[in-house]
Design a protein around this ligand. Structure first.
Ligand code: GLN
Length: 555
């Protein structure tokens, strides 16, 4: 078993997660079995309660774990399917150490960071590797070297290397090499200091991943090599990508990272086959046509808040050889008019919590329904589409979710307990993978080509089945339910080319060359609607980056 530890230096937001995931892509393409894991030094037990403004989206795993969005990169960039064991926070570490202490497991001893906290961290690395399913464990340590919270993790790694032997470990440090305009120079000092900080703790990186705006010239590479005690070929340039994050594995490969890591770990592997990945990138970079998708949500300035959705749109669009023009609309701005939706080929409403912007989202759903614009509602997006239809088509004027109006007389969306007449009972979230039975003869069945699917959930409220028949007669179809038929999972409108909502989050199961059927069919419907209109920003048909039709990857 081999181990790669990824630390970050100088500043946060360097894309460590993306770098770790990209290395995963490269190693998998060398036929190695890879698993990724993230250590987050903050004291929250999980990011489930954090504000998307601060922390980006909460990424949900099959087992219902609410995790850091970097786990989304890991799953998208590799074949690994993660569980709650793949994300460890300081909050979880201290929680279990204290629980053990209370149980008397450490009886007679003083409980300390070393060895009790560090032992627990090491145990988590071993736990994954013991499964014997993998050749390499890549562990990313969140935060920046020098953060107080990160120290126990780095100390645990130092001890771990001693236990498994340095020949089985690569320490990779992702760092910033800033360009100072006034001096026309790339500066190596911040990296030198960050590496010095790591050495103070007893860790010596073997690889430096240098995030930079400009190419690293020979002098800069030599300087970094000498001051940081890293061989010159292990100074890897990771320049800001020009078009898409999916270029990162290709640029790291061009810098020789995968070969270098295999050499450092004494692994004999075949040359990687990146042809499919390259084709996917080419299609993202140079699509045949573009389609404008309006996303109506709450956190439109925070790119990370709906990360998996934007990625899923990219995957689906590439599979249709088209690019996405994203139009991000703050739901509140739609409360008094829908003019902004006029040029959209499709409308997508993401998941969310709380009442802010709800009326704007309802207006967006109405606009898409009335103008026959393809619509995809995810979780809360499905719930607002339901409220809209109940109000404006079924004439249930007061229709609402009890999430926004606790005492609404027409709870078309409510807690299951409320539906059963039990009030004031706190329901917990429905999390993780649940099966959906698809109703035959529906659009959903065509989209999935299957009658049972499993999808990831993260919500409390449900469609109220008491309204099913009333809404069905008006054209609102429940096209997927839980296997026992009690919970609505999918909805669609009979009299609309593409109006689909799902109670779950398909965005957590889309990959570059394996787009999710809901996103793919949504983009397909948007393109179909655009037929006849002049394509916007057509790509140069002679561009060397265009992928010939015959070479498109079969989806
Ligand atoms: N707020 C809604 C619920 O709890 C939707 C949640 C979501 O979109 N993830 O059911």
């Amino acid at each position: 078993m081999k181990y790669i530890f990824v630390t970050g230096g100088v500043v946060s937001s360097l894309g460590k997660g993306l770098t770790a995931a990209s290395l995963g892509t490269l190693l998998e393409s060398r036929r190695l079995r890879v698993v990724l894991q993230k250590f987050d030094p903050y004291l929250n037990v999980d990011p489930g309660t954090m504000n998307p403004f601060q922390h980006g989206e909460v990424y949900v795993l099959n087992d219902g774990a609410e995790t850091d969005l970097d786990l989304g990169h890991y799953e998208r960039f590799t074949n690994c399917v993660l569980t709650r064991h793949n994300n460890l926070t300081s909050g979880q570490v201290y929680e279990s150490v204290i629980l053990k202490e209370r149980r008397g497991d450490y009886l007679g001893k003083t409980v300390q960071v070393i060895p009790h906290v560090t032992d627990l961290i090491k145990h988590r690395i071993r736990e994954i590797s013991d499964e014997n399913k993998y050749d390499i464990v890549i562990t990313e340590i969140g935060g920046t070297t020098g953060d107080i919270e990160g120290l126990p993790f780095l100390e645990a790694i130092r001890q771990f290397i001693l236990e498994v032997g340095p020949q089985n470990v690569v320490n990779m440090h992702v760092t910033l090499v800033p360009y100072i305009k006034a001096a026309h120079e790339l500066k190596t000092k911040p990296t030198q200091q960050s590496v010095a900080k790591l050495r103070e703790i007893g860790l010596q990186p073997q690889v430096l991943i240098c995030r930079t705006e400009k190419p690293l010239d020979h002098d800069v590479r030599r300087k970094l090599s000498m001051f940081c005690s890293v061989s010159e070929k292990a100074v890897i340039e990771e320049r800001d990508v020009e078009h898409t994050i999916y270029e990162v594995p290709l640029t790291l490969h061009a810098e020789g990272l995968d070969q270098l890591v295999c050499d450092l770990l004494h692994l004999q592997t075949p040359e990687p086959d990146l042809a499919d990945w390259q084709k996917f990138v080419d299609r993202v970079v140079c699509p045949k046509r573009h389609v404008k998708i309006a996303v109506v949500g709450k956190y439109m300035d925070v790119r990370d808040a709906y990360k998996s959705i934007y990625e899923s749109l990219t995957h689906a669009a590439a599979s249709e050889d088209c690019g996405i023009d994203l139009k991000l609309i703050d739901a509140e701005s739609l409360e008094h008019g829908d003019g902004q939706l006029k040029d959209a080929a499709g409308v997508l409403i993401p998941g969310g919590f709380g009442g802010r912007g709800i009326e704007g989202k309802i207006n967006a759903a109405r606009y898409a329904r009335e103008h026959k614009i393809p619509f995809l509602g995810l979780c809360l997006g499905m719930q607002v589409a339901t409220i809209e239809f109940a109000r404006n088509v079924c004439g249930i004027g007061n229709a609402n979710s009890t999430e926004f109006d606790k005492n609404t007389p027409e709870p078309v969306i409510s807690l299951l307990e409320e539906q059963r007449g039990v009030h004031n009972k706190g329901a917990s979230m429905r999390l993780g993978t649940w099966p959906t039975k698809i109703v035959q003869g529906t659009l959903a069945e065509k989209i999935y080509g299957d009658t049972e699917v499993t999808e990831r959930h993260r919500h409390r409220y449900e469609f109220n089945m008491m309204y099913r028949d009333r809404m069905d007669t008006k054209g609102f179809v429940i096209s997927g339910t839980s296997p026992d038929g009690t919970l609505a999972e999918l909805i669609e409108l009979r009299d609309h080319p593409y109006f689909v909502g799902c109670q779950y989050h398909p965005e957590f199961q889309s990959k570059p060359n394996k787009p999710h059927p809901l996103f793919k069919s949504f983009i397909h419907a948007c393109l179909a609607r655009e037929v006849g209109r002049a394509p916007r920003a057509p790509a140069d048909p002679l561009s060397p980056r265009r992928v010939p039709e015959t070479e498109l990857v079969a989806q």
